[in-house]
Structures are given as structure tokens and as C-alpha cells.
Write a new protein. Structure first.
Length: 131
């Protein structure tokens, strides 16, 4: 499998194919990720897709995390509206990542929002679990 690791979560945004969330989940577990870290990975992956299109985030941890990335350019776009420009693969990945994240958040008894995680959480995930 192609596993790009040049930046972020492995250039999830560039993938022009639908990623297998069960394969990602298995890979994360094999790397020793906890359930909370897996939920965080999927949360970050969802937001990274939007960030690549210039989404403006309101959650402080995402503002700080993506603001620290040289490739990120805040274009002031609402993350919910950006979805209209996603490729079909990105839309599928966004939806599939969201479903998997929601499963973990429900299991953990936490909300599915990014506010559950700090900048340090996102940075740890990106540095230790680049798929």
C-alpha cells in the first residue's frame, strides 16, 4: 500500500481513492493507538481534508494546529460549505471517517467534535500515526 508520510496525516487530502476505514483502524491498533487516539485520528483526518481547501476553524485546537502548518492557508471558508468542492473520493472519505469517529466517540462517551482534543493531542497523532 502507498503510505505517503510527507506531512500531516500522510497527505490524506491528496488521495483520489476511497480509503478503507477498517484497514486504517487495524493499522492504528497495530501501532498501539488507544480508542481515544483512534477517534482523534479520524477527527483530525476529517478536518485536514477541509483545511486543504482553506477552511476557517473556530475550535481553538484546530486553529492552532493548522496554523502551525506551512501548507495551511486560512481562506475564511466555512468548513461545512467547502464540502461542495471535494472530489467524490474526498466526500466518501469524509463521510466514512466521520462514521468511524462517531463509533469511537460513542464508545468513549465523548462528543464527536474537535473540542474534545487539544493542539498537543492533534500534534501527537500527526507525529506518531501518519498513515
Amino acid at each position: 500500500r502507498d503510505r505517503l508520510r510527507s506531512r500531516g496525516l500522510g497527505d490524506v487530502y491528496k488521495r483520489q481513492y476511497v480509503m478503507d476505514v477498517d484497514e486504517i483502524e487495524t493499522w492504528l491498533k497495530g501501532k498501539g493507538a488507544t480508542d481515544r487516539e483512534i477517534a482523534c485520528w479520524f477527527t483530525l483526518a476529517i478536518n485536514e481534508i477541509s483545511a486543504r481547501y482553506g477552511a476557517q476553524f473556530s475550535t481553538n485546537s484546530l486553529v492552532v494546529y493548522f496554523g502551525s502548518k506551512s501548507w495551511y492557508q486560512n481562506l475564511g471558508d466555512d468548513p461545512n460549505k467547502i464540502r461542495s468542492v471535494f472530489t467524490s473520493a474526498e466526500k466518501s472519505n469524509f463521510d466514512n471517517f466521520g462514521r468511524k469517529r462517531n463509533q469511537y466517540c460513542k464508545k468513549l462517551g465523548i462528543s464527536s467534535g474537535a473540542k474534545e482534543y487539544s493542539y498537543e493531542d492533534f500534534n501527537y497523532i500527526a507525529n506518531n500515526f501518519a498513515y
